[in-house]
Design a protein around this ligand. Structure first.
Ligand SMILES: Cc1cc2nc3c(=O)[nH]c(=O)nc-3n(C[C@H](O)[C@H](O)[C@H](O)COP(=O)(O)OP(=O)(O)OC[C@H]3O[C@@H](n4cnc5c(N)ncnc54)[C@H](O)[C@@H]3O)c2cc1C
Length: 444
């Protein structure tokens, strides 16, 4: 649900058969795979896009590795549901945001079918659905923005209360509430974005691509149901202990767990991580987020509805899919997701959304409602939130968070992306690739 500036950049190069954006490489890295004599063992913690892609690259280079994943499935914030509708739906990541990134050529060459999603917004404004707003709320792409929240900046620009949930939608795309997302830092990070500003939907799901092309080839190296509790990197060989007290050893560890898990110290490190590191974790935001799928007997709704006070972004889930079912996605982030989570159960969440849609569409929602499916990332174990966002005063925290420690611990995952591609699947994959490069670079 993102619209990005398109910065053309002569972008992809091939290294060892893997297509890599130039932005994550400096000049001599092309030869690293050939030059590196690294022959130790790598353990990757977390089997989301970052961990899986790191494993995929290590496998292609014949390097010994294992992935330890806490949950009972791989994919992390990518997943699918085959049973809710007569077409597969994406539980988590759904759109391919632009085609200039580490995964896009892989996606296209694997015959994965994707469709451009260029549907138009309808805005819920002053209790009416309108195609255009009196004032353009996209004020967050300007230069020289102050380091204040989206909401504060909108107030400074005299967008009144009528725009509250329209601004909430813009911040929600970034996984945040308008009261918490920094206008300045969000823009600074977006300047680096090179993937393109078109959004594409998968005819199957994003998960299908990740599963068939990346996870399956390394399936034997993934150990599920393995919750890493501690990492001791005090000696040459690193020792990892899981929740069953099972011990694993490695020469290098790539940590790809969500930033929420690191912020909450859910993994104990010996020695303690430097203060600078934990401070950096604490400054990277990660808020509540959920997707609710609502099935109806008729399509009474528009393809995109922006600005609801319960949900700032609804989208027609059928776009780009082959099927008959009418499914509307409620994409809910930040304070709206916190509020709905506080209601305590899925039925209460569904009712609130139906009430809002009834208001917008003259009571048609409840009348034609069939069923709902709530996928709440806020309280999902091992994820605990949506995705990382730029807080006020975040500064260079992502850089600090991503720095390796003692040439033993390496940090990847969407929050550690330094190319403006955080919050995305390919952004996570880029960091997995980057940390494999870092291991090889330091061990020639
Ligand atoms: C609702 C929603 C919608 C999104 N939509 C899009 C989209 O349309 N397009 C897009 O590109 N991106 C989207 N994203 C973002 C995208 O899903 C993420 O950026 C990306 O999948 C993150 O990958 P990752 O590897 O960094 O982390 P994750 O996928 O979170 O993987 C980390 C893994 O670590 C595991 N783990 C945690 N703790 C431990 C532990 N102690 N021991 C072992 N394992 C552990 C977790 O179980 C998890 O599998 C969306 C995300 C959400 C939540």
């Amino acid at each position: 649900m993102k619209r990005r500036e398109f910065l053309k950049n002569g972008f992809l190069i091939s290294i060892g058969g893997v297509l890599i954006p130039k932005t994550i490489l400096s000049c001599r890295k092309e030869t690293l795979f050939e030059e590196s004599s690294f022959s130790g063992k790598v353990i990757i913690i977390g089997a989301g896009a970052a961990g899986l892609y790191a494993g995929y690259i290590l496998k292609s280079k014949g390097i010994d590795f294992q992935i330890l994943e806490a949950s009972n499935k791989y994919g992390g914030r990518i997943g699918k549901n085959d049973s809710f509708a007569d077409f597969p739906i994406d539980n988590g990541a759904q759109w391919l945001h632009g085609k200039n990134n580490i995964l896009s050529d892989f996606i296209l060459s694997s015959n994965t079918k994707i469709t451009l999603d260029d549907t138009e917004n309808m805005y819920w404004f002053k209790n009416n659905l309108v195609k255009e707003l009196p004032k353009n709320p996209e004020i967050f792409d300007e230069d020289n923005l102050p380091d204040v929240s989206f909401q504060q900046y909108a107030n400074q620009k005299e967008f009144g209360d009528d725009y509250k949930y329209i601004i909430e939608n813009l911040a929600g795309d970034q996984g945040a509430s308008a009261s918490k997302l920094s206008a300045y830092w969000n823009h600074q990070e977006e300047i680096n974005w090179v993937s393109g500003d078109d959004d594409y939907k998968f005819e199957q799901t994003y998960f299908d691509f990740i599963e068939t092309q990346i996870a399956k080839p390394i399936n034997n190296e993934i150990k599920l149901n393995t919750i890493v509790k501690s990492i001791d990197y005090s000696s040459e060989i690193i020792t990892i202990i899981d929740s069953n007290n099972q011990k694993y050893t490695a020469n290098k560890v790539i940590i790809t767990v969500p930033i929420s898990i690191l912020k909450k110290n859910k993994i104990e490190f010996t020695p303690h991580l430097p203060n600078e590191k934990t401070e950096a974790f604490s400054k990277i935001g990660m808020g509540a987020g959920m997707k609710v799928f609502l099935k109806f007997s008729t399509q009474f709704y528009d393809d995109n509805i922006v600005g609801g006070s319960i949900c700032a972004a609804y989208a027609n889930e059928k776009i780009g899919k082959i099927g008959e079912d009418n499914v509307l996605l409620a994409f809910i982030m930040g304070e709206q997701a916190e509020y709905l989570t506080s209601l305590g159960n899925d039925d209460a969440i569904t009712l609130k959304l139906l009430e809002e849609l009834d208001l917008m569409y003259n009571n048609q929602a409840t009348k034609s409602f069939i069923s709902s499916y709530v996928n709440n990332f806020t309280n999902k174990p091992f994820i605990e939130g949506a995705y990382s966002y730029s807080t006020i005063n975040i500064g260079n925290s992502r850089e600090k968070a991503a720095e390796s420690i003692d040439n033993k611990l390496f940090f990847a995952g969407e929050a550690m992306n330094l190319n403006g591609h955080h919050q995305t699947v390919f952004g996570a994959a880029e960091t997995g690739y980057r940390e494999v490069i870092n291991i090889l670079k330091n061990n020639k």
